[in-house]
Design a protein around this ligand. Structure first.
Ligand code: HEC
Length: 151
């Protein structure tokens, strides 16, 4: 009985831990999902940006909390870039994403690595390090948007 419960619990874990295997009812759901995930990531990234650009007071605890959210959220949006969603309601995703899937994935991985570094330094609370890591991560966001997101 205990073993069965453990197995059932673990199966649930795998589902939760594998956003890439997410299934969507319809293409628009996948688009809304990736935009929503990008938005949440962008919101928390922006809060760190405000601090490092002196538009908000620096608060090490808040920077660490926001960086952890960004690092987690960075794993999610790409599950929504499935085949058949290059057109859909209000998407700005360029068709090149699906023609250059490897390049797009590499750009996603680069950003995920950069925000993981940002999270690591943010947990240390050093403003200069956070600023530098934020700048690097911001370049990764921009590089992909310049290439794969319509204006
Ligand atoms: C590998 C490519 C890639 C990377 C890296 C990336 N984005 Fe995006 N982002 C996109 C694409 C493509 C869209 C457009 C999605 C759509 O409209 O379907 C988008 C959309 C967005 C949006 C708008 C969401 C909406 O509601 O339409 C925000 C905000 C955003 N990204 C923030 C970020 C931030 C912040 C980072 C870096 C921490 C980042 N993105 C990194 C590709 C990327």
């Amino acid at each position: 009985m205990k073993l069965l419960t453990a197995v059932a619990t673990c199966a649930a874990c795998i589902v939760i831990a594998s956003p890439a295997s997410a299934q969507f009812q319809k293409p628009d759901d996948a688009i809304a999902y990736r935009q929503g995930a990008m938005n949440v990531m962008g919101e928390h990234f922006g809060r760190i940006g405000a601090m490092v650009n002196n538009k908000a007071p620096f608060d090490a605890k808040l920077a660490a909390e926001n960086a952890a959210v960004v690092a987690f959220m960075s794993k999610l949006p790409f599950a929504g870039f499935i085949e058949g969603t290059e057109k859909g309601h209000d998407t700005k995703a360029k068709p090149a994403i699906w023609k250059e899937a490897d390049k797009f994935k590499a750009a996603a991985t680069k950003m995920q690595e950069d925000v993981a570094k940002l999270n690591t330094v943010a947990q240390g609370g050093n403003m200069d390090e956070i600023k530098a890591a934020f700048g690097e991560a911001g370049k990764s966001c921009k590089a992909c948007h310049d290439e794969y997101r319509a204006k």
